[in-house]
Write a protein that binds this ligand. Structure first.
Ligand SMILES: [Zn+2]
Length: 197
């Protein structure tokens, strides 16, 4: 799986130009390989992700990868932006988890799960964000993050989204969170997140 920009024509052009490197072998180039299954997010957004193939005939490893738009996180039915805004409302603005969940029609258990995962991964997220910011904004002091670790993680992701949008073009803030975590921001995995280099 590879997280890509949420722009089908840009993805087509990048695939055709061989700009996607295979995430398995890291030096094969992904070629067009049909489409992955259609998915519908809870908020009604429909996706039909492209699939890429790391072709052995040109030195690739033979693996296929879903090119998942950055509006998603891996194996989550809610858009990354929805998840992020819910976490922000609960962690930063102190809103009631149950009220936010009810307002958006998301099961409270699901929101609890995101929150638990965010708390568990907060230190790792802050370290990752700091590493990215050092490259995106060289010479600039690391952001002065305050509060509990979960709040620091959210503030840090916000700082990273602003820096990345300035550098690479505007995307919704939580799309950057998906991009810099390979869609695994809230996943239960030790797989490394993509670094800035
Ligand atoms: Zn490969």
């Amino acid at each position: 799986m590879l997280i890509v920009e949420n722009d089908p024509s840009a993805v087509e052009a990048d695939l055709a130009a061989g700009r996607f490197l295979c995430p398995s072998c890291t030096d094969g180039i992904l070629a067009r390989w049909g489409f992955a299954r259609r998915r519908t997010l809870r908020d009604g957004q429909e996706l039909r992700p492209r699939r890429g193939y790391c072709c052995p005939k040109v030195g690739g490893c033979g693996s296929t990868h879903v090119l998942l738009p950055d509006i998603c996180l891996l194996r989550r039915k809610d858009a990354a932006q929805v998840i992020g805004e819910v976490l922000q409302a609960v962690v930063i603005e102190g809103e009631s988890l149950f009220e936010v969940a009810a307002r958006l029609g998301i099961p409270a258990d699901t929101v609890w799960g995101w929150l638990r995962r965010l708390r568990r991964l907060a230190g790792r997220i802050v370290a990752h964000v700091t590493r990215w910011l050092l490259v995106l904004e060289p010479g600039r002091a690391a952001p002065d993050l305050e509060g509990r670790p979960a709040a620091q993680a959210i503030e840090g992701l916000g700082a990273l989204a602003r820096a990345a949008s300035l550098r690479f073009g505007l995307r919704p803030p939580w799309s950057w969170a998906s991009a810099v975590s390979a869609g695994r921001l809230l996943s239960n995995t030790n797989a490394p997140w993509p670094g800035p280099d």
